[in-house]
Ligand binder design. Structure first.
Ligand code: SAH
Length: 345
């Protein structure tokens, strides 16, 4: 018999499961408290459960935490973990230190179908969606590690390998578990979801009216160029994408983050900066200029500092809210898909 993964269950589902074992509903609260707040990684630790239940549970259920296959730490405090999944696949998770606390960057798929020109995640193709429990396990494992060292997890970013909006059911179930007061109990204000830009799904997410920050991987301000570096654009060109983003901003009241990787001689000229400001003028948004983490097999280089400055200056002059993302973890290949690829190589 397949064991139930407890991280896959909502409070109501766990109550129903336990009722099947003849247990009262409040046992579900106790177990989920151990899993989501008290960092338990075994049933033995759940000392407020009756002994016979602690003995019976491991036969029918698993806690769903994942084994660490490899771990790397960078000088700046960024850590990257490679987790083993039960079916032999693996996923990457990154822990990022910020002034306001730690952030965890989780993967939502094994591989990715979109094949953006600068990204390592699509190189091995798409394998499968992660289950909500597999996304949650990445968060809990990092949270538990931080907690046992007296530190706290402040925010979650869905910016690891995969396209979260392609894994719609998995991502939505994960977000529900994040905000559930009986599960992770973290406000979705502390969550950022990054997407290649799938308009129908952006609109569907907007309809939840959740305060999730939407980050859109823009990387180009004209269709011809974006078609070239991001194949998704051939299906959903900029006007369609931006209309969906405007809808998201309107429904949620949250400003959109547009991510723009600075690619030497591809999208980093002053002309490109002016096109970007024209495109975004008057929109509730913020531009995040990102340094490229070089992926050895792909043919693009990061822009030099002067080009990034010039580009940012033009946006600021045009009154577009702009930040230049601090470069974290570049020496440990913390960009999407890079650790897994090193491991597979
Ligand atoms: N599929 C989603 C989320 C995963 S990628 C998306 O595309 O947004 C998260 C972010 O990292 C995206 O903005 C992506 O464009 C960026 N990224 C991918 N490869 C990168 C690289 N080599 N260097 C820097 N950023 C990269």
């Amino acid at each position: 018999m397949q064991k139930v993964n407890l991280l896959d269950l909502s409070p109501a589902e766990l109550r129903a499961f336990l009722a099947g074992l003849g247990e009262p509903p409040y046992r579900a609260d106790q177990i989920q408290d151990w899993l989501y707040r008290r960092g338990a990684d075994s049933f033995v630790q759940m000392t407020n459960l009756p002994q016979d239940l602690r003995g019976k549970l491991p036969e029918v259920a698993g806690i769903g935490l994942l084994q660490v296959l490899s771990e790397q730490a960078a000088q700046d405090g960024t850590r990257k973990l490679l987790f083993a999944l039960a079916d032999g696949n693996s996923v990457e998770t990154v822990v990022l230190p910020y002034e306001h606390g730690f952030s965890v960057c989780v993967s939502t798929q094994v591989g990715c179908r979109w094949k953006c020109g600068f990204c390592a995640s699509g190189l091995q193709g798409f394998v499968r969606n992660l289950r909500p429990a597999e996304i949650m396990a990445q968060v809990l494992q990092v949270k538990n590690n931080l907690q046992s060292a007296g530190m706290a997890l402040k925010s979650i970013v869905l910016m690891g390998t995969g396209e979260p909006l392609d894994n719609w059911d998995g991502t939505v179930a994960f977000l529900r578990a994040v905000r559930d007061p009986k599960l992770l109990a973290v406000s979705l204000r502390h969550v950022t979801l990054s997407t290649v830009g799938l308009p129908e799904r952006i609109r569907a997410l907007a309809d939840f009216c959740w305060p999730v920050t939407l980050a859109v991987s823009l990387h180009a301000a004209e269709d011809a160029l974006r078609d070239r570096i991001m194949p998704v654009n051939r299906k959903y060109p900029l006007p369609v994408l931006l209309a969906a983003c405007d809808y998201y901003a309107e429904k949620t009241g949250r400003r959109i983050t547009y991510e723009y990787i600075m690619l030497d001689n591809i999208n980093d000229s002053q002309e490109h900066a002016r096109k970007l400001s024209v495109l975004l003028r008057g929109r509730l948004c913020h531009v995040n200029l990102i340094a490229l983490n070089t992926v050895r097999v792909l043919d693009c280089r990061p822009s030099d500092e002067a080009a990034v400055r010039r580009f940012a200056d033009i946006l600021v002059r045009e009154k577009i809210n702009t930040t230049v993302r601090r470069r974290l973890g570049s020496e440990i290949a913390a960009a999407c898909g890079q650790l897994r690829n090193t491991f597979l190589a």
